[in-house]
Write a protein that binds this ligand. Structure first.
Ligand SMILES: [Zn+2]
Length: 245
């Protein structure tokens, strides 16, 4: 139902108007989910439930998915300090909107045009000076990038000393799986799980690549607690990457 409505809306409303009026459109949908059992920690709305789709839980009000809400909790608890400068790669619209309201300088960047963004940086050649950002968020981006070590070096370069880059991708067990001879969208979908992905990382594989370019990496695992009021996923792994020199 949710997917069908979304498809119809996307078909008839141009993306720029959709982004502008999304909050109003979602309000109508949210009226069916008013309640008190659950609460989205991004928009703070109390809900009767989340929209269950593709093993995810979507907030009917702001559209956040499970990993957005976990990230927002992590950022709020540990990283968001007044006056810091933040760069966020292709953020979800729910996070973009809430981050823009904080007492920090927040810039988002995206090359695809599918996200709300202030900049359009090429992650392999970021058009920014050295050591500009206190915090970088790079969520579900690196698995799209062919020369990922170049991107990692650029993230390190534009990060301030003692700054932090928060990274997540889809993960598998074992080794990183990549094969550059696989180029068609159909084959990539089959091998890497999405038509525009070029690999699947393992947690340790990604950690090793990040350490190779100079990051100090801490692996953090988060587990869902019951009752799952905020609609988190069962388990999430997030890499906290620091620059010490
Ligand atoms: Zn929400």
């Amino acid at each position: 139902m949710y997917t069908r409505i979304k498809k119809i809306i996307l078909k008839f409303i141009p993306r720029k108007y959709l982004f502008r009026y999304e909050y109003l459109i979602r309000y109508v949908y949210y009226l069916n989910f008013m309640g008190s059992k659950f609460q989205c920690n991004i928009c703070d709305k109390k809900l009767s439930g989340f929209i269950q789709i593709n093993n995810d839980m979507i907030c009917p009000r702001c559209g956040s998915i499970q990993r957005d809400r976990r990230l927002w909790q992590l950022l709020s608890d540990e990283f968001l300090i007044n006056d810091i400068t933040i760069l966020d790669f292709s953020p979800s619209r729910s996070l973009f909107r809430v981050m823009k309201r904080g007492d920090h300088r927040y810039e988002s960047t995206d090359l695809s045009g599918d996200f709300l963004s202030d900049k359009s940086y090429d992650i392999k050649n970021i058009d920014s000076g050295n050591e500009n950002y206190d915090l970088i968020i790079c969520y579900h981006v690196l698995e799209h990038i062919d020369e990922d070590s170049k991107a990692m070096s650029e993230l390190l370069r534009v990060l301030k000393k003692d700054g932090c880059c928060i990274i997540q991708t889809p993960f598998k067990n074992g080794e990183i799986y990549e094969n550059y001879s696989i180029t068609s969208p159909e084959e990539r979908e089959k091998h890497f799980g999405q038509s525009d992905h070029v690999r699947i990382y393992s947690v340790d594989g990604l950690k090793n690549r990040l350490m190779k370019v100079g990051f100090q990496v801490e692996i953090k695992n988060y587990f869902r607690k019951d009752p799952n009021i905020n609609g988190f996923s069962e388990k999430e792994t997030i890499l906290i990457c620091k620059k010490y020199k």
